[in-house]
Every structure is written in C-alpha cells, then in structure tokens.
Design a protein around this ligand. Sequence first.
Ligand code: F3S
Ligand code: F3S
Length: 105
Amino acid sequence: TYVIAEPCVDVLDRACVEECPVDCIYEGDRMLYIHPDECVDCGACEPVCPVEAIFYEDDVPAAWGEYTRANVDFFNDLGSPGGASKVGKTGTDDPFIAALPPMGE
Ligand code: F3S
Ligand code: F3S
C-alpha cells in the first residue's frame, strides 16, 4: 500500500483524490488517509501531491513511521467502505494526528 505522511497535515491539497482509480483515499479532519486494503498500489497519487506527502509503504521516512500505523488504524472503525466519495469528510483523525500542533503554511 501507499501511505500519506506528515506534509499532508493541515494542507489537504486533495490532488491525490482525483488520481486514485479505486477511490481509496479517505478524508479525515486534518489529513487524508489511504486505505491499506483497498489501495491497489497503482502509484498514481504519489507524483501529484504538491507537498510530497505520499510514499510507498517501504519508502516512508523513518521519522514518519507513525503515519504508516495511522493510515491503518484510521480504518479500525470505518472498516472497508469500498469508496471514499460516498463516505465524504469523516471529521475524525487518528489520535496521534489530532494531537499534533498546527502544521502547514
Ligand atoms: Fe494530502 Fe497531498 Fe493528497 S497534501 S490530500 S496527500 S495531494
Ligand atoms: Fe490509489 Fe494511490 Fe493506491 S492512487 S490505488 S492510493 S497508490
């Protein structure tokens, strides 16, 4: 799977959402999350993110390892809806993300 990391927090550019052929990039409150089971590893999202927040799971910088976990745990309650557009904005975040200080520009 691919993982969205720290540069997305409080930026939420959403260019990635337009590119994903399986609509597996879900919107939290302060960032977006890629569903680890629904992502088909097409990689289309990675180059379009203007802040380079998206990484293949093996390439996530070590300092951002917590984001790999957060992209999984975000879906503990949501399950596998099979499409982010029908879910819309969840208004929630992984607790680690919610506790971060304000980020972005
Ligand atoms: Fe975030 Fe980049 Fe997508 S900022 S919403 S990962 S395009
Ligand atoms: Fe979608 Fe990116 Fe995965 S475009 S299928 S989330 S690699």
